[in-house]
Design a protein around this ligand. Structure first.
Ligand code: ZN
Length: 240
């Protein structure tokens, strides 16, 4: 048999980016969940034997989970799955969705929602772990506990999105009028716009940032470009 029974779901690709640039203080570059590892075809069963096998044949990835009720952050090893918050005991649901058409509705999940090019959200109410946005957003209430990832076709009312971190995806060319606010901003592609960042702005090799930037800290990695009005305040000292 050529197939490897121990590789499950998105593990292969998730493992490839595992442990890249790990730093507790900074955005976790290795933690993109864009492979939607919890997503399964309806016909596939989780299979207890499969789950058991993970423990000793594959080093499971660890997922950062942010409780959507209390904000408590913890890690889960193995596959992203339904769990409960270790702090407030709320049951945390993993509901992963890929949206390719016009969509409205409610979703609350610690997982990832992906809006692809051609997809849009109108009047939706979302609380999600990650949102991968390559479509349009209008009149939505969106809270992202971890990260908003922007593709080239991201458009609409982005200023109203409440998110911890924002990442401009590799290869994406994003230009926005909305002012974006977040804790950490990571540029892997090309971004033009106005950002107000409470923590760190990182420009990765080959990435380019244009516009107006206010941030506590700025890191331009070798090969990264920036042409912007910059206000970098430095790390804030703890208050007495
Ligand atoms: Zn909680």
């Amino acid at each position: 048999m050529g197939s490897d029974p121990q590789v499950i779901g998105g593990f292969a690709s998730v493992q490839a980016v595992r442990r890249a640039g790990r730093n507790k203080q900074d955005p976790q570059f290795g933690k993109s969940r864009t492979t939607l590892p919890a997503a399964r075809k309806p016909t596939e069963k989780p299979g207890p034997s499969t789950t058991a096998r993970i423990g000793h044949t594959v080093i499971p990835d660890s997922f950062e989970i942010v409780c959507y009720e209390c904000g408590y952050t913890f890690t889960m090893r193995g596959q992203l799955r339904k769990t409960y918050c270790a702090k407030c005991r709320e049951i945390l649901v993993v509901d992963e969705q890929i949206i390719e058409t016009a969509w409205t509705g409610r979703v609350k999940t610690i997982g990832t929602v992906q809006v692809r090019n051609g997809g849009s959200l109108t009047g939706a109410h979302m609380v999600v772990g990650d949102l991968i946005l390559d479509g349009r957003v209008e009149d939505c209430t969106i809270k992202i506990c971890r990260r908003l990832e922007l593709g080239s076709h991201a458009s609409g009312d982005l200023a109203d999105i409440n998110t911890r971190d924002i990442l401009v995806r590799a290869g994406a060319n994003v230009s926005l009028r909305s002012k974006l606010e977040c804790q950490n901003f990571i540029v892997q592609g090309s971004f033009k716009g106005t950002i107000d960042v409470r923590g760190l702005v990182t420009i990765k090799p080959g990435a380019f940032l244009q516009g107006r930037v206010t941030a506590a800290r700025l890191l331009v990695e070798e090969g990264g470009g920036v042409k912007a009005t910059l206000k970098v305040t430095g790390a804030k000292k703890p208050e007495k």
